[in-house]
Design a protein around this ligand. Sequence first.
Ligand code: 7PJ
Length: 255
Amino acid sequence: MAILNVTPDSFSDGGRHARAADAIDAGLRMFEAGAAILDVGGESTRPGAAPVPLDEELRRVIPVVEGLARRGVPVSIDTRKARVMADALAAGATMVNDVSALTHDPESLETVAASAATIVLMHMQGTPETMQQAPTYADVVAEVRAFLDARVAACVAAGIPESRLVRDPGIGFGKTLDHNLALLRNLPALGRPLLLGASRKALIGRLTGADVHARLPGSLALALHAARMGCAWVRVHDVAETAQALKVWAACAPG
Ligand code: 7PJ
């Protein structure tokens, strides 16, 4: 899964159309480089990020979803808002990636249940504004597992088959370095199928001192670790590099 952020700081400032065209071009390049799906997002959920109003989020992402889907590129919509999910699905998206696991917007569950989309349910403690202030768990692996089980159960109760649900531990979302490492060491304990998003994240900086623009080696190590632990998906920025690493790893991995 390739990360395609459509925020004003990610592309040219030549206006909306230029920005959408740039994002579509970037998405096509990532698809050609080996991404199975593009995760299009218009609201940053990084620690401390401010929320984006609905209209603005729609204006950012829908032209990009439509442009990619029209060219036959699989698209995931990265949003916490039911209306954005609905419009993106109508524009051709086939996956919904919600960092709130369909808890942020009370209409999300019904919206995705009415579609055939695959849903990524991510664990987060707190909200993006405050989540890194004091993350606390008695047993992080058991608590994340219990949360994911409960969200899967809520989706199944709403009529979504479990085969369409993907679990995600939410690396960095209300977690210290030790919490992240406990989850990474115990990924199979979280259930299946799993998606891991660790590309360029702060834990790589915490472990190595590398700044955000120099975290490709650590990101590749985490992608290979995810593959070895049986993850079905990795969410990454550096598509060509990750695809090459995974291809070589898969050729020599036992089993
Ligand atoms: C994740 C995400 C993740 C899923 C972000 C970043 C922060 N969605 N959105 N999993 N992370 N499903 O990419 O650095 O880990 S935003």
